[in-house]
Design a binder for this molecule. Structure first.
Ligand SMILES: Cc1ncc(COP(=O)(O)O)c(C=O)c1O
Length: 423
């Protein structure tokens, strides 16, 4: 079996290489939160540099206590024994998909790595389209049918992955839809993996609905500091396992995988987790400012896409948009673009705009959809990013306004009726 580089990491490398060669590229390809490390958090890491023991597989008592308190304050009562840390939530997701028996049911589109990880774990993927309102959960009406069809075809659906809030659509599932898919999961004996890595980043400061409220005994929650704190490169992820026999068994299985693959989260990072997850005021203020910035820039980019005639769900969380250029199918066909991959390639080659094709998210290849991540528009330097974070009107900062103008120009060029003389 060969495993290609994950499309998100691959496009980031490719776009950065183009820039290094001097090409002008608008980088909308990668979901990195794009903000500097707050000083007090960097200080915690520096003070913990001397911690060089492996420590317990699940994480230190201090970090697990903090995570338990963090979940409990967010309405999900949790004991430290229910928490497991890892170097990012990605390895936890892989361990869960490998450990929970059965095939994997995914919303379509869904974050790139679930399907690739399922394949690594030898599982089939059953993709179910998301509703028009918001992504991250399958359309409840289509889920029942998809489960029956999959079973008839010999699959054994065992685990449903939900992303609330969602990547790639930047939206938050409707509570009624979440409840309906959890009810269906219960009826079909599925476990739920609830990826809540964007849950601190609702643009209106609200809270997202949770699968664990509906399926408390069989929902594992994964999250981390990569998005809320923009600490992706520090690789801090954690999971909450449910109380009870199923949760305990699954936790033990994941601990087994962890012990053979990553041993434990880096000890200094556990000190960072213990600090951040205690919700000190400077951390809450940082996340609050980040959420406002993500919301302002995503909304401005959304306005550009819809003004250009794309269909696009309004962003409600995180830093993603998932435009559909279906309304321009005829103009695009005249340019030889009939698939999502061709569209993403054309945007990059002709207009210097790097986005990730919908096919990377399991979407159909004839859908003219892609994911645009807006978080790398905040600036090229820490100084620019800090100014963006502190600004009351970040989209008027010259470098962000410039980026939006480039996007507008590219979309105008892409969607304009083709010039008959040059056809
Ligand atoms: C939906 C989703 N889940 C999980 C991850 C993985 O994050 P990490 O491994 O940094 O915790 C990402 C990162 O892009 C993501 O978008």
């Amino acid at each position: 079996m060969t495993t290609a580089l994950s499309p998100t990491l691959a496009i980031d490398t490719a776009l950065r290489a183009r820039r290094a060669r001097g090409e002008e590229v608008l980088h909308l390809g990668f979901g990195e939160a794009g903000l500097p490390v707050p000083g007090p958090v960097a200080d915690v890491l520096a003070r913990a540099a001397g911690r060089n023991g492996y420590g317990p597989v699940a994480g230190s008592a201090e970090a697990r206590d903090a995570a338990a308190g963090w979940f409990t304050r967010r309405g999900l009562p949790t004991a430290p024994a229910q928490v497991t840390f890892a170097p990012g939530s990605k390895p936890l997701l892989y361990a869960l998909l490998a450990a929970i028996p059965g095939d994997v049911v995914l919303p379509r589109p869904a974050w790139v790595s679930y399907a690739a990880q399922s394949a690594l774990a030898g599982k089939r993927v059953i993709g179910v389209p998301v509703p028009p309102e918001a992504g991250g959960v399958p359309d409840p009406g289509l889920l029942a049918y998809a489960l029956r069809t999959a079973q008839d075809g010999g699959a054994r659906p065992g685990v449903l992955v939900l992303t609330v809030p969602d990547n790639p659509t930047g939206t938050v599932a409707r509570p009624g839809h979440l409840r309906a898919v959890c009810d269906l999961a219960a009826r079909h004996g599925l476990a739920v993996v609830a990826d809540e890595i964007y849950a601190e980043l609702l643009h209106d400061g609200g809270t997202a609905p949770r699968a664990a409220a509906h399926l408390p005994d069989r929902t594992v929650v994964t999250t981390g500091l990569s998005k809320s704190m923009a600490l992706g490169g520090w690789r801090v992820g954690f999971a909450r396992f449910p109380e009870g026999a199923w949760g305990e068994r699954t936790r033990a299985e994941v601990a087994g995988v962890a012990s053979e693959i990553w041993s434990s989260l880096a000890a200094p990072m556990q000190a960072v987790a213990a600090h951040v997850l205690a919700d000190p005021p400077e951390v809450l203020a940082h996340i609050d400012a980040a959420r406002r910035l993500h919301g302002a820039v995503a909304a401005a980019a959304h306005a550009e896409f819809t003004a250009a005639g794309a269909e696009c769900r309004a962003p409600a969380a995180g830093f993603y948009l998932y435009p559909d250029l279906g309304p321009h199918r005829a103009a695009l066909a005249a340019r030889g673009i009939g698939t999502a991959d061709a569209l993403a390639a054309y945007l990059l080659e002709r207009h210097g705009v790097g986005v990730l094709s919908g096919t990377a998210f399991g979407d159909t290849s004839d859908g003219l959809r892609f994911r645009a991540a807006t978080s790398l528009l905040y600036g090229e330097t820490d100084e620019q990013r800090l100014r963006a974070l502190r600004s009351d009107d970040p989209v008027r900062l010259p470098w962000i306004a410039d980026a939006l103008t480039k996007l507008r120009t590219a979309l105008a060029g892409l969607t304009a009726a083709p010039d008959r003389r040059t056809r």
